[in-house]
Design a protein around this ligand. Structure first.
Ligand code: UTP
Length: 293
């Protein structure tokens, strides 16, 4: 059974400068909620209570966000703003959150390696701190956890991506064994669309068995001079069966500006208090654009 989650959030977020110069990208708000709060809510709603966040330099805001803030709580209490008070108390009580610092930014594989003592000899969930997945049914990580319970093997979440975007992602080669489920055969980092083994991209959610740590330690530096998790998983494939699951839900990668913009618009439209007025505003803008191209 998977009981712990690891959230890598140490990256510099260079694709999102200048805001990420002093602000962790994981704290970028989706309307009024930091991205990483959605990530933690996903893990918690799947039943995970123990969360390790891999942080780095300049990521203090993440720790502060999930800590108690007595000054703020007192003020809200005095003003009788009970709803806001409950909201911020809930954030601090969501889960048992632990932190560890990645000393040098040596890549996602290296970041995960920092979790080895914390997760010990247990399977664990990995949720990238800059990727939100919304789902109408079960949270994405919960879908993978159910499969772990069936197969006892590592599982990678994948999503279908349009052909023209294939070269941006890690793509899997897999053998379909059930609807949405594949036996993993290979992983290819950013292939050309015409050479790609599929259109299924790795989506920022994983269940990994502790075998990954030995594989990471044996993985040489890869793309960008960093230790890539994808390379470590490829090594793991030599010794273990791994699966890929085309989850039910939608992925929002806030690490790049265009997807971030789309995320905010979609999430705002999901909120009752904004939907009507915001939609009217968007329609107005589109009409103006059509009139003055
Ligand atoms: P990305 O490559 O998307 O994140 O890594 P980045 O390096 O922050 O972004 P850019 O490319 O400079 O804009 C995927 C995930 O792995 C984490 C990141 O925080 C992100 O959640 N990561 C990456 C680490 O924790 N440590 C690393 O050394 C690298």
């Amino acid at each position: 059974m998977v009981k712990k989650a690891v959230i890598p959030a140490a990256g510099l977020g260079t694709r999102f400068l200048p805001v990420t110069k002093a602000e962790p990208k994981e704290m970028l708000p989706i309307v009024d909620t930091p991205t990483i709060q959605y990530v933690i809510e996903e893990a918690v709603s799947a039943g995970i209570e123990d969360i390790l966040i891999i942080i780095g330099k300049g990521k203090r805001a993440i720790e502060d966000h999930f800590d108690r803030s007595f000054e703020l709580e007192n003020q809200l209490q005095e003003k009788g703003e009970t709803q806001s008070l409950e909201q911020i108390q809930k954030i601090a009580n969501m889960a048992n959150i632990h932190y560890i610092r990645q000393k040098q930014l040596n890549g996602l594989g290296d970041a995960i390696y920092y979790a080895r003592q914390h997760v010990d000899d247990e399977p664990f969930a990995v949720l990238l701190g800059d990727t939100v997945i919304s789902s109408n049914s079960h949270p994405c990580i919960g879908q993978l956890m159910q499969l772990y319970d069936r197969f006892g093997a590592s599982i990678v979440a994948v999503e279908q991506v349009p052909r023209q975007k294939i070269s941006r992602y890690g793509i899997i080669k897999g053998k379909a064994i059930e609807p949405r489920l594949y036996l993993l055969e290979d992983l290819v980092e950013k292939p050309k669309p015409e050479e790609s083994p599929s259109d299924l991209a790795i989506a920022g959610r994983y269940i990994l068995t502790p075998d990954i740590f030995d594989c990471i330690s044996r993985t040489p530096k890869g793309r960008g001079g960093e230790i890539q998790l994808t390379d470590a998983i490829r090594l793991m494939l030599k010794y273990h069966a791994l699966y890929a699951f085309n989850f039910e839900g939608k992925r929002y990668d806030i690490g790049n500006k265009m997807d971030y913009l789309k995320t905010i618009v979609e999430f705002a439209l999901k909120r009752d208090e904004f939907r009507v007025e915001f939609m009217e505003y968007l329609e107005e803008i589109i009409q103006q654009k059509e009139q003055k191209p």
